[in-house]
Design a binder for this molecule. Sequence first.
Ligand SMILES: *[C@@H]1O[C@H](CO)[C@@H](O)[C@H](O)[C@H]1NC(C)=O
Ligand SMILES: *[C@@H]1O[C@H](CO)[C@@H](O)[C@H](O)[C@H]1NC(C)=O
Ligand SMILES: *[C@@H]1O[C@H](CO)[C@@H](O)[C@H](O)[C@H]1NC(C)=O
Ligand SMILES: *[C@@H]1O[C@H](CO)[C@@H](O)[C@H](O)[C@H]1NC(C)=O
Ligand SMILES: *[C@@H]1O[C@H](CO)[C@@H](O)[C@H](O)[C@H]1NC(C)=O
Length: 654
Amino acid sequence: MLFIASIITNLLVYGSLASPLTQHHAVHERRSTHPAGWTRRSEINNRAILPMRIALVQSNLERGHEWLMQVSHPGSEKYGQHWSAKEVAEAFAPSDETVTAVRDWLHSAGVSSGRIWQSQSRAWLHFNATAEDAGRLLQTKYHVWEHEDSGMSHVVCDEYSVPENIQKHIDFVYPSVHFDIPLIRRDDNTNNLASRDANGPRIGEPSSGWLYKTTQWIDKSDLSHELVDCDQQTTPACLRALYEIPINEEVAEGNSFGVAEFSPQAYIGMDLDIFFSNYSQRVVGERPIEKMISGAIVQQQNKSCQFNCESDLDLEYAMTLVYPQKVTLYQVGDVVRGASFNNFLDAFDASYCEGDDPVSDTIYPDPSPGGYKGFHTCGAYEPAKVVSISYAYNEHDLLPAYERRQCNEYLKFGLMGSSFLVSSGDYGVSGISNQCIDPANRAPGPNASYTDGTYGTFNPSFPASCPYITAVGGTQVIENTNVVEALAAGQQPEQTCARFAYSGGGFSNVFELPDYQAATVKQWFADHPPAYSSDRYNSSQQTRGYPDISANGANFAFAANAEWGLAYGTSASTPVLGSILTLINQQRLKAGKSSVGFVNPTAYAHPEVFNDVTLGSNKGCGVEGWEAVAGWDPATGLGTPNYPKMLELWMSLP
Ligand SMILES: *[C@@H]1O[C@H](CO)[C@@H](O)[C@H](O)[C@H]1NC(C)=O
Ligand SMILES: *[C@@H]1O[C@H](CO)[C@@H](O)[C@H](O)[C@H]1NC(C)=O
Ligand SMILES: *[C@@H]1O[C@H](CO)[C@@H](O)[C@H](O)[C@H]1NC(C)=O
Ligand SMILES: *[C@@H]1O[C@H](CO)[C@@H](O)[C@H](O)[C@H]1NC(C)=O
Ligand SMILES: *[C@@H]1O[C@H](CO)[C@@H](O)[C@H](O)[C@H]1NC(C)=O
């Protein structure tokens, strides 16, 4: 974090850098635009000291996939032998070759080794340099930019270069083209597009549309407690019946289940108790273990469905299904700026923390009024054994490099034995708030162009499209189906969710088809040649298909703001699958085994442990979307959980 005040009052003079180098330089990063509200003021004082930071490329990322398969594939000898955080950090730390190459370059340019400090994660080199020397080193000029409304200033350049032969060792340099001072969010969200501020979209924002799809309020007298009503109202008892989930009675040492919520989303304790007292009496008075990340508070100032429905829904179901196992709440970000997935992941990995992107992530301290003035929560926690996330972006909102970097982080948590589950989206093949990619301008990023959802290119969800995430789709009980009778007759009572919310699914435009699902997805293409072509989706048959697994996501009876409602969407499905995996982890831990970790390789190798869903489709972008068919499909994945079969399978693994 750079504050200009602390830079220019701190004038030191270092020996000048060596004269221009003979190596050939290449532009490493260039900025084509700047955030709204910023104006270039003056060239920076030559003698101002800039705290320079160089992000070194990680090593062995190409081996990460193979390592993850070793501990996650049921056929592997090393199944379940997860790595410690330290082993993960060491395996991916920059290589000696990288560190030496960059140090040698700096040294030859006059930065003596005594001035260079390497971060503990080995991923960063820090040194102080005068603006003049830094400009010469990177063949650029720094300017002071000022923000109109807040008066804040920042040091930025338009582009910078590094020698060609060390480009491959460097991810990026700060300060440089990035505006790493956050701007105050603007309330400009009058159209139905997903919320964006001067920077990128914010996932926890009330108007953002990336939460539970909708809520219908109902009277308490209309609450059902009968399984015959499961086609009209989903309750904990319905989920237990559908997926054969037992009522839990115990806790295994070392087990944990985390639910992530992004501020200003917040749960209300009284809502939990209203729900528990009606549907799970023994849980009344229970609260989640609260782990706060980067200035988070469970805010209680703004109370309405827009602020409380998501958190209340997630916690009411997660806590009910796993009790007496405790649920951990990861509350992320301050209430002013909110936070991104990267801000969340920072809390588990200090080396990741230092690379947050000023456009798409929140940079703390937050200078806006009421903003969090502390620093990021970096590497403070170990991730829970299962982490449930009911928030998402359009894959198209973000840049591929940013998404790949984040996806690699999920890979690392899989290596450490955590299952990361993310909702697949609620708009079928459309994106958040029904946006489809504008066929006339398919460039991704914070300025992406979208249609109103009546036409256009399918809009996949991220991080569901990351192959190291378990993407959770949505189902519903088929209307007028008596669940008790259908189950007794061995019939599938569910179909693709198509009630207010449509199960998100399709194919990534960024991530390659991972080996663990390749045979399954290729078979699906062979058996069901798509009616859509490349104007609708990446038809290469070479990209990741999702969702992986589904669970009911319709008509969830829940309490919010002291009222009763029915909630819809894959937001509801995700904590249900998370609860089931947590109960399986409980049995494995009790038997002295490891957690299930990254479940996709096992799930695709054993589709028989899921209830295949073969009805309905996930419409969007003006078409019917993908149909649920026998076997995997890009509407409901492999199907819904069958707890006894899943338990038996995972207990049979080492
Ligand atoms: C992106 O959007 C911002 C904010 O609306 C605008 O200021 C900027 O010029 C746009 N950039 C491009 C490249 O269109
Ligand atoms: C750069 O200077 C600041 C202020 O004097 C100091 O706190 C910091 O440790 C220095 N960084 C390095 C890498 O020497
Ligand atoms: C159920 O919910 C209502 C609010 O709708 C609340 O007044 C009541 O105490 C709860 N508990 C029971 C056992 O009904
Ligand atoms: C949230 O609460 C604050 C403080 O009471 C208020 O200023 C703000 O307008 C509220 N925001 C919304 C969207 O209701
Ligand atoms: C489809 O995805 C592949 C793999 O990421 C990529 O190489 C290709 O360019 C994409 N095709 C289109 C039309 O986007």
